[in-house]
Unconditional design. Structure first.
Length: 276
C-alpha cells in the first residue's frame, strides 16, 4: 500500500501543498504537468527570437552561456581551454591549425581576438622569409567567409564581428605581402618598435637618397625611370636578405638599420610608380 502511494502521481492540490511546505512559491491553479513544463522551459536554452517563453522574459544567449560557465567570446576560456562560439557554444576543433574566426558548427563569425597574430590567420610559420605565392588565395578564402556583405541578414552584433574580422584579415594580407611591412611587423612581434617617422641621420644614406631622387627628377622617359626602379628593387632584395640574416642572429640593431634602408628605397619606388 505504501509503495503504491509513493508511485502514484501527485495531484495539483497535493503538489501545491508540498511546495508551500518546503517554503517555495505556490504553483498556480493550472495542472502540475503544465507548471513543470513551464519551469523546464525557463531553464532551457532560449530560442533565437527576442520573444519570451511561456510568460517568462527573454534570456539572452550570451547570458545563458555566462550562467552555464561557457565563454561568450573567441578568446577562449581560462586555463588555455579551446575557444567556444558565442552563438552556439561549440568549441573549436582541437586539431585545427586555423584561428577560430568562424564557428565550424553554426558558421557564425566570431569576435576579433587580438592574440591571434597575422601569420596564424593564414596558417603560416611565424618567420620573415616566406613564400607569398599562396597568400592571396588564403586571403580570398577568408573574405568569402568574413565579408560584411555576406552577413547582411545576421544580427547587428555578428555584422560588427564580420566587419572587424574582415578589416583585420585585409590588414594582415597587406602587411605580410610586402617585405618592408612584414619586416616591421616581425620586429613588433619580437618587442622591437620601429619608428616609421624617424628621419635619416646616416650621412652616407642621405647622400645616396638625394642622388637617387635627383636621377628620378631628371629621368628623360619611362625607360629611364624603369631602370632606376630596377636598381631600387635590387637594393631592396639585398637589404631584405640582410634583414633576414640579422633577425636570425637576433641582432636587432642591425635589423633596424636594414629596415631604414628598405623604407627609403621603397619610397623611391613609390615615387617612380606615380610618374610612370
Amino acid at each position: 500500500m505504501w509503495k503504491r502511494r509513493l508511485g502514484a502521481p501527485l495531484s495539483a492540490a497535493a503538489l501545491r501543498r508540498t511546495l508551500a511546505a518546503a517554503g517555495r512559491a505556490v504553483v498556480p491553479t493550472h495542472s502540475a504537468s503544465q507548471g513543470l513544463r513551464r519551469l523546464a522551459e525557463r531553464r532551457a536554452v532560449p530560442p533565437s527570437s527576442d520573444a519570451g517563453t511561456a510568460g517568462f522574459p527573454p534570456l539572452d544567449r550570451r547570458d545563458f552561456l555566462r550562467r552555464s560557465g561557457r565563454s561568450c567570446c573567441s578568446g577562449g576560456a581560462p586555463g588555455g581551454a579551446a575557444p567556444e562560439c558565442w552563438n552556439c557554444g561549440a568549441g573549436a576543433r582541437e586539431t585545427a591549425t586555423a584561428p577560430f574566426l568562424v564557428c565550424e558548427s553554426c558558421r557564425s563569425v566570431q569576435p576579433v581576438d587580438e592574440s591571434v597574430d597575422y601569420f596564424r590567420i593564414f596558417e603560416l610559420e611565424k618567420k620573415y622569409e616566406m613564400d607569398v605565392t599562396n597568400l592571396e588565395g588564403k586571403y580570398k578564402a577568408w573574405q568569402k567567409k568574413l565579408h560584411p556583405d555576406l552577413v547582411h541578414s545576421k544580427s547587428e552584433q555578428e555584422k560588427e564581428y564580420a566587419a572587424g574580422q574582415s578589416a583585420r584579415v585585409i590588414d594582415a594580407y597587406r602587411t605580410l605581402s610586402k617585405p618592408l611591412t612584414r619586416a616591421i611587423y616581425v620586429l613588433k612581434l619580437e618587442g622591437v618598435n620601429v619608428d616609421e617617422e624617424e628621419t635619416v641621420s646616416e650621412p652616407e644614406l642621405l647622400t645616396e637618397i638625394l642622388e637617387i631622387r635627383e636621377a628620378v627628377d631628371e629621368a628623360a622617359d619611362s625607360q629611364a625611370l624603369k631602370q632606376i626602379q630596377s636598381q631600387m628593387e635590387d637594393k631592396l632584395r639585398h637589404w631584405s636578405n640582410s634583414f633576414a640574416s640579422s633577425l636570425c642572429s637576433r641582432k636587432f640593431e642591425d635589423a633596424l638599420t636594414c629596415v631604414r634602408r628598405m623604407k627609403y628605397y621603397s619610397r623611391v619606388n613609390e615615387e617612380i610608380t606615380k610618374k610612370l
